[in-house]
Design a protein around this ligand. Structure first.
Ligand SMILES: NC(=O)c1ccc[n+]([C@@H]2O[C@H](COP(=O)([O-])OP(=O)(O)OC[C@H]3O[C@@H](n4cnc5c(N)ncnc54)[C@H](O)[C@@H]3O)[C@@H](O)[C@H]2O)c1
Length: 332
């Protein structure tokens, strides 16, 4: 069942990578958007092009500010909760701040959604599957985690707490919730600053410095274009049958990180080579990674008909062009 009357969406973290693309899509179809973002990893520049749109309001603030969240949730029809401390590097470097944002921040947003009975979509992550390298992973696949002393699993656990909280509010209080587990999402506007692999490798290639690949590079990932991911989010937001359920969102096209680095060298025409770096050197002693992470997106496809339309080739073409333009602008 679809529900297409124009609405006002509150997007927490809307100045970030995924949030700014979702904002563009909602504005383009005539909806209104209010963003709450503290610009910790997001950038005002991500939405500079939409600045004059009367249906967009950007509020600078934190999801940890209960009064602010209360007021903004009250004024909107639907909440999309994207604000989070994101990126393995950031989480390893600032574990306490990340935990507070990802657990307490989500709780504040979910509580406010419950107070005003607003539909809320929560973005979780493929990290919640932990070291489960089997695949493709369905929404009911096991979580396989290492010790809580390994910081990576703290992020995974925080996001799992968000999911559990959303599910409990749905079951016990009837809150209309949708939980979405995003797998690697990439494309224009993704910052290279927090350890995201594609923007980092592209900047290394364009800068003519070795592309650093962690471990032996045989680990594979699947990369989805952010516009495909936003399409999935909209289909779920518009479908009342998504309520109370959890969905994987991601591409199923696997590529090894070593292969990815070589393709980026190829696409950019870089003279740089690849340098293998141990995980201990890249992150911290005891850092754990998984060999594969492939989503099974049957549930999403069966409900909404979604399939990704953009390939890794499209992703690299667009992100390399953007990185070249950024580089040229910084040299002006
Ligand atoms: N990009 C991916 O591959 C990926 C994968 C899995 C899950 N996710 C999830 O998707 C969501 C969006 O991630 P993204 O890739 O766009 O990252 P991002 O860092 O670009 O976006 C996060 C946004 O949240 C904001 N933010 C952080 N703390 C805040 C706070 N306390 N109050 C208000 N705003 C705050 C940041 O400034 C940023 O704009 C996150 O919840 C993330 O966990 C993303």
């Amino acid at each position: 069942m679809s529900n297409s009357a124009r609405k006002t969406y509150l997007i927490t973290g809307g100045s970030g990578f995924v949030g700014s693309h979702l904002t563009d899509a909602l504005l383009a179809r005539g909806d209104s958007v209010v963003i709450l973002d503290n610009l910790s990893t997001g950038r005002a520049a991500n939405l500079a092009h939409a600045g004059g749109n009367p249906r967009l309001r950007v509020v600078h603030g934190s999801v940890l500010d209960e009064l602010m969240v209360d007021e903004l949730v009250h004024r909107c029809d639907v909440v999309v909760h994207l604000a989070a401390a994101v990126g393995v590097k950031l989480i390893v470097e600032q574990p306490l701040r990340s935990l507070t944002t990802n657990i307490r921040g989500s709780e504040i947003v979910i509580e406010a959604a419950h107070r005003y009975r607003r539909k809320i979509l929560i973005t979780s992550t493929s990290e919640i599957y932990g070291k489960n390298s089997g695949g493709p992973l369905t929404e009911s696949s096991d979580r396989i985690l290492g010790s809580p002393a390994v910081v990576r699993w703290a992020y995974s656990t925080a996001k799992a707490v968000d999911e559990i909280l959303a599910n409990a509010y749905h079951k016990e209080r009837g809150l209309p919730t949708i939980v979405v587990r995003l797998f690697n999402t990439v494309g224009p506007r993704q910052s290279p600053a927090y350890g995201m692999v594609i923007p980092r490798l592209i900047r290394q290639a364009l800068g003519g410095v070795p592309l650093t690949v962690f471990g032996d590079g045989a680990q594979t990932r699947c990369f989805a274009h952010v516009r495909d991911v936003v399409d999935a989010l909209l289909r779920l937001l518009d479908n009342d049958e998504a309520i109370g359920r959890t969905f994987n969102v991601g591409s199923s096209d696997e590529v090894s990180i070593l292969e990815l680095a070589k393709t980026i060298i190829d696409f950019t025409g870089s003279t740089a080579g690849v340098e293998l770096v141990s995980y201990a050197e890249a992150y911290e002693e005891g850092f754990e990674d998984m060999m594969r992470r492939v989503p099974d997106t049957t549930r999403l496809r069966e409900l909404t008909g979604w399939v990704p339309r953009l390939s890794l080739h499209d992703i690299l073409t667009e992100t390399i062009a953007e990185a070249r333009a950024d580089l040229a602008a910084s040299q002006r």
